[in-house]
Design a protein around this ligand. Structure first.
Ligand code: CA
Length: 236
């Protein structure tokens, strides 16, 4: 397993390298977002990216955004500053799959890495029943993190897939922004919920014919959202 670490604090980066190599990972470290993107373009076989948010030059959000734009499928574990829940939401919006607030315990980092690698390897286990939900001409493949809509196939981040799965599990019910923060993102502080709305806007681009006039993922004013696989008759 090859890991890339983008972290400008040399002391932390080398500590991570040492410990991750001791766990059997191949590790490469760079100290800026620009160099990180260069390495990913030059070496497409990385299995996971550990991405610091605060970097000289372009920040971690921009790196994640850029990879999303290029539709690179590389799981991202983002390192955020503690006490900045907004960073977590911005990270998920940018395309991070998981996050860890600094300072963190090495054991927790290792568990998160294993978890991410395991989840992204599900697709390799052929005997596993497919974890798929189809509705209105779309097909969400939760194992492969793919959404098929017509002849388009979109890559989902783990967080997008988790949120879609949550809506599928609660279809027809009102899902509040607080439920999303608590149950899907595990962010418990008071947070600016506009980040959620931006996230929903992106999901609508994926699943709605006309994202500005959603028929599946409806807003419940002042509360949250409701998901309908089949649009309710007469609208809501
Ligand atoms: Ca930093």
């Amino acid at each position: 397993m090859r890991l890339l670490i983008i972290e400008d604090e040399a002391h932390l980066a080398e500590g991570l390298r040492f410990n991750l190599e001791a766990e059997g990972y191949e590790v490469e470290v760079v100290d800026s977002g620009e160099r990180g993107l260069e390495r990913i373009h030059a070496q497409p076989s990385f299995d996971l990216l550990i991405l610091d948010v605060m970097l000289p030059g372009i920040d971690g959000f921009s790196v994640a955004n850029q990879l999303r734009k290029e539709e690179k499928f590389l799981p991202i574990l983002m390192l955020t500053a503690r006490g900045r829940p907004q960073d977590v939401l911005l990270g998920f919006e940018a395309g991070a799959d998981d996050y860890l607030a600094k300072p963190f315990e090495l054991a927790i980092l290792l568990a998160r890495i294993k978890g991410l690698l395991r989840r992204t390897q599900w697709q390799a286990i052929a005997s596993r029943p497919r974890n798929v939900f189809s509705f209105a001409g779309k097909r969400i493949d939760f194992d492969n993190l793919e959404l098929k809509a017509g002849d388009r196939t979109l890559r989902l981040t783990l967080m997008e897939a988790n949120l879609l799965r949550y809506f599928v599990q609660h279809q027809g019910e009102v899902v509040s922004r607080k439920m999303i923060l608590d149950d899907v993102w595990d962010v418990h502080e008071d947070t600016d919920t506009r980040a959620i709305d931006n996230f929903i806007a992106r999901l609508r681009k994926y699943i709605e014919e006309e994202p500005s006039q959603p028929r599946h993922l409806l807003t419940v004013r002042g509360v949250g959202y409701r998901f309908f696989p089949e649009p309710p008759a007469g609208g809501e």
